[in-house]
Design a binder for this molecule. Structure first.
Ligand code: BGC
Ligand code: BGC
Length: 985
């Protein structure tokens, strides 16, 4: 049995393990600061990807077994094992020989270009040293407390907090080591962002894209709050959401649906509201993925066969004005954590990119929390530490679940041998501990102490649905305990989270077309105006697989990794097990009055042979269709994360056309309902005369049927607006909008050459007519805008006030500790593959090297507070107008503010600065009652426009500059192409 101190530093809440195995060999990775070392990867097996996903596809069946099997199977089947199996087969040998031979041939035949053309590592500018946390007023108290606690910690205790314990070593998808001596807990990190992943009795909220489509800031907050509460009640300290990258540059991008839409202002507002909601419940939110992980193909090293992840190559201005913008809003909202992404940015991995982490996030945006890596996105030890990474997740290093961390022991060594300065590790830990205090997680009422002092910590297991399960399933330790307490966190009565789900999903449903006012339908069938001479029942036909739930059960596929039945979310780590799923077909059927309405259904995508009959007999046909996508570690049929095209899937493209042609013998009325992860091309059928109404129901979550029925029967007046543009054809999104499906070099390169011109900015620039523009959405009523008023608060000055100086961050002794204090305590039994902070010997560590002094990078003039220089958020303009409901029914309207920058602006160097035709800068949603005899209900709508809203990123000045000469255009309306009010400033 280990001594008290060793006991304390065991990871996790279940530290009482005696059956531990001591088998750890030190990692082979050296700790130089070179950017990436791949000596560990010669065992890579290109079959890895396919073997994993195929296996997963087969693993349907029992949910409980699957929960355990997915995570363990996929990663317990190591490349080595697979290869061993592979060797005896002739085919395999043949393939290997063929591969070697063709490589030799290719290289000798001039293919050497492939190696030569590999871009130089690190085309991203350096930014050192890492800025310290503790510089802003809002975090002052938390940093004081953190300083006092961290001062008492030893080096190994500090390292323990920065390093994950390894994949599936504890209950959550990510877990850090505790410092029980000081009652600092093991932190539990769990996905997010639409519900609690791998957990029971939780809520499956609508996905981010649906939330974006509501344009309702209050609902964004409420959903975040309910999500945060569920996390807290499950014992989760850090929720892995919201996602605000990918932003949607590529419409087919596999994970766009996790975020809120293809515009930085919409994305930023929704992210900030979600974060406020989550954090008001005392849970740390994570703004992810930082930055530019815009497609799934090649997102990670090796996942797609290439030894390196894709590089998103981008200019400084676009980074600031588009992709970093939502992160700035998140930091401004006080987000506790940011997750750096898998990909490279300008040929430097995002998780070791000093410009992105030290420079933009910590210095310029004044981020006070901690940066965690995406799962295995860390590709170096020292380099990532110096570039600003604060926590490695899940702890394993270059390969899944191998227990060979780039930090843990290695970070301890790096500090002891002087490769990483002591004050960097101190800053990492202080940032994490301060975040913990900032969210009030030291309150033992809400966060009971963990074993052995109490029974706090996560009360569910990601790895099994059984009550009793392995405590450290990733190791070979067989100790079991109670791992699932099945706490119901869904809320009750008025507080039932399902109510929020239903509201968000209904408000996030976009009505694209409603000819002849077909919608809403009357539950009793014929509308008053149609009744004359109709004595037959009203006949409704419901078509399409997407109208019903999966026959294998709603959680038949792990992480929702298949498109089966009605689509409620995309797939991947951002999906959850649905507690239930309200079926659209059933809800609609029950919604109609049986006496007067006759409902027929054909919930499949292929119509019966005798299709004429089933179609001909209908007055109205409701046809369901969908398009799915997800995270790149899984594939469904030929879709490997990113969609292959923008059409409806699984034959629903043809189904919609067939129904449209045959409904009512060509005289029927057709309603098309689409559940989708993003924009779909509608051209094959949208103009067919029978297609009267189209609803984009996005990804509704568990209340799917109810929220849809609310809209179809008119209990809720539709008020969703598109959070992206729907083009007439995929090419209209521009050359930059394409997924890179095949590697174009050893390090796949993706140039963001279109710069600022994505989505509506591109359509505007090229004057392309979209089918439905960004911000578009119909209602059952009509609204009118009038009385535009623009009020200026002060003169047009180009630059914000000088950066204010910040508070003094905590300071600690910079002395390198005695290596002996970091030794593995005598008698300590390690668990296999578990990640510890200890060193096995002090050899070679006696004397710390003197570190070369780094010439500090200049501080950004755009910094000085959370979200950047506070003066950037000073209101410069107030824009107001009057909104009137001119129709007979009540409804909500989304009023949008767009700004056009002066078109002839030159910077100080005389260079012309190009601006998009217009950019979204604000939106407000208001509910107005229907028109009465006294006239329409009206309300004043107000926008506060900040300095940042009116500025562009000047790459020479490295600051936000407001073009003070020339005229701004101020436009207010209902979509990016329907802007009835215009003014200038
Ligand atoms: C995803 C993250 C997720 C993490 C943990 C990663 O692969 O990219 O979004 O939070 O896994 O599940
Ligand atoms: C894990 C995810 C992670 C992904 C990374 C999955 O198996 O469950 O959390 O996002 O692997 O590739």
């Amino acid at each position: 049995m280990a001594g008290p101190e060793t006991y304390e530093l065991r990871r996790g809440k279940y530290a009482k393990i005696d059956a531990a195995v001591d088998d750890e060999t030190p990692t082979r990775l050296s700790f130089d600061s070179s950017t990436s070392s791949y000596e560990d990867l010669e065992e890579f097996d290109p079959l890895n990807y396919d073997a994993g996903t195929l296996k997963q596809k087969r693993s349907h069946g029992d949910l409980r077994a699957r929960k355990a099997s997915h995570k363990l199977e996929r990663y317990s089947e190591k490349p080595q094992q697979r290869r061993r199996r592979c060797v005896p087969t002739k085919l395999c040998c043949g393939l290997v020989l063929l591969f070697v031979a063709s490589t030799v041939l290719l290289l000798s035949a001039g293919g050497i270009w492939a190696w030569k053309s590999e871009p130089m590592y690190g085309q991203s500018p350096p930014w050192y040293p890492a800025p310290k946390g503790g510089t802003v007023k809002e975090w002052e108290e938390s940093y004081k407390k953190a300083e006092a606690l961290v001062k008492q910690m030893t080096l190994v205790e500090k390292v323990n907090i920065t390093s994950g314990t390894g994949w599936s070593m504890q209950m959550c998808v990510g877990n850090t080591g505790p410092v029980p001596r000081l009652k600092f807990p093991a932190l539990c990190l769990q996905d997010g962002p639409l519900g609690i992943r791998f957990a029971d009795n939780i809520t499956a909220f609508p996905a981010g894209i649906t939330v974006g489509a509501t344009w309702n800031k209050d609902l964004m907050y409420q959903r975040g709050r309910a999500h945060g509460k569920e996390a807290r009640l499950k014992g989760i300290h850090i929720l892995l959401g919201p996602a605000m990258g990918p932003l949607g540059r590529i419409p087919a991008g596999g994970r766009n649906w996790e975020g809120f839409g293809t515009d930085p202002v919409l994305q930023g507002a929704a992210a900030a509201q979600t974060i406020r909601g989550i954090q008001d419940e005392g849970v740390m939110a994570t703004a992810k993925h930082y930055l530019l992980n815009e497609q799934e193909h090649f997102r990670q090293a090796w996942e797609w066969g290439t030894p390196n992840a894709i590089s998103s190559n981008i200019d400084d201005r676009t980074t600031h004005e588009i992709y970093a913008w939502p992160f700035a809003e998140s930091v401004r909202a006080g987000v506790a954590s940011v997750m750096c992404s898998y990909n490279q940015v300008n040929n430097s991995y995002a998780c070791q990119n000093s410009k992105l982490m030290n420079g933009i996030l910590k210095d310029e945006l004044g981020f006070q929390g901690f940066i965690q890596s995406d799962w295995l996105a860390q590709r170096s030890g020292v380099a990532s530490a110096l570039a600003g990474l604060d926590m490695t997740m899940p702890g394993d290093g270059l390969k899944w679940a191998d227990g060979k961390s780039l930090w843990g022991t290695q970070l301890t060594k790096a500090v002891l041998n002087g490769s990483v300065p002591v004050d960097r590790v101190d800053d990492m830990v202080t940032r994490i501990v301060a975040s913990w205090y900032q969210l009030g997680q030291d309150d033992t009422e809400k966060w009971p102490l963990q074993p052995p002092d109490g029974d706090g910590g996560p009360n569910f297991s990601s790895w099994t649905d059984e009550e009793i399960g392995l405590l450290h399933p990733g190791s070979n330790d067989k100790t079991k305990g109670v791992v699932n307490k099945f706490i119901n966190v869904q809320g009750e009565g008025d507080d039932a989270h399902g109510k929020i789900v239903r509201k968000v999903a209904a408000e996030g449903t976009v009505l694209l077309k409603n000819d002849d006012g077909l919608l809403p339908l009357d539950r009793k069938g014929w509308k008053e105006s149609e009744k004359a001479g109709k004595d037959m029942k009203y006949r409704v036909g419901i078509f399409g697989e997407d109208s019903r739930i999966s026959r294998d059960g709603v959680n038949a596929c792990t992480d929702q990794g298949c498109n089966d039945g009605t689509l409620a979310s995309g797939w991947g780590s951002g999906a959850v097990n649905l507690p239930y799923l309200i079926e659209p077909l059933d809800t609609l059927r029950k919604g109609f009055n049986e006496e007067s309405v006759y409902v027929t259904d054909w919930p499949q995508n292929v119509l019966p042979k005798e299709k004429k009959g089933i179609l001909e007999d209908q007055d109205v046909c409701i046809v369901f269709a969908n398009a799915d996508a997800g995270e790149g570690y899984m594939r469904y049929e030929s879709i490997r994360g990113d969609r292959n095209d923008l059409f409806l899937q699984k034959g629903s493209e043809e189904l919609v056309q067939d129904v449209a042609k045959g409904c009512g013998g060509g005289n029927g009325k057709v309603i098309v309902v689409i559940h989708t992860v993003g924009p779909v091309i509608l051209e094959n059928w949208i103009d067919l005369p029978t297609v009267k109404a189209v609803l984009i129901a996005n990804l509704p979550g568990q209340e799917s049927g109810n929220s849809l029925a609310d809209i179809i029967f008119g209990d809720t007046n539709p008020s969703g607006h598109l959070p992206y543009t729907i083009a007439r054809k995929a090419e209209d999104y521009g050359p930059g909008s394409k997924v890179l499906f095949y590697p174009n070099g050893l390090v796949p390169q993706q140039n963001f050459s279109e710069g600022l011109y994505i989505d509506y900015r591109y359509f505007d620039k090229k004057d392309i007519a979209p089918r439905y523009e960004f911000g578009y959405g119909l209602s059952y009523t009509t609204f009118h805008l009038s009385s535009l008023l623009i009020t200026t608060h002060g003169p047009k000055t180009p630059l914000p006030a000088p950066r204010p100086s910040g508070l003094q961050p905590p300071s600690y002794s910079t002395e390198v500790p005695d290596p002996k204090t970091a030794l593995l305590p005598k008698g300590f039994k390690k668990l296999s593959k578990y990640i510890y902070p200890y060193i096995d010997s002090t050899d070679g560590l006696e004397k710390a090297k003197v570190q070369a002094a780094v010439l500090p990078s200049p501080l950004s003039p755009a910094g000085g507070a959370q979200g950047g220089n506070p003066d950037l958020y000073t209101t410069i303009l107030t824009v107001s107008c009057t909104l009137t409901n001119t129709g007979p029914v009540g409804g909500s309207s989304v009023v949008q503010l767009y700004i056009s920058f002066p078109q002839k602006h030159m910077n100080e160097a005389g260079e012309h600065i190009d601006f998009p035709v217009k950019v979204l800068r604000g939106f407000e949603k208001h509910h107005l009652k229907g028109k009465t005899d006294q006239g329409g209900d009206r309300q004043t709508v107000k926008f506060e426009v900040s300095r940042k809203d009116l500025s562009y990123w000047d790459t020479r000045k490295q600051n936000w500059v407001l073009p003070h000469m020339g005229e701004f255009g101020i436009k207010v309306g209902f979509s990016s192409r329907d802007l009835p009010l215009e003014g200038t400033w």
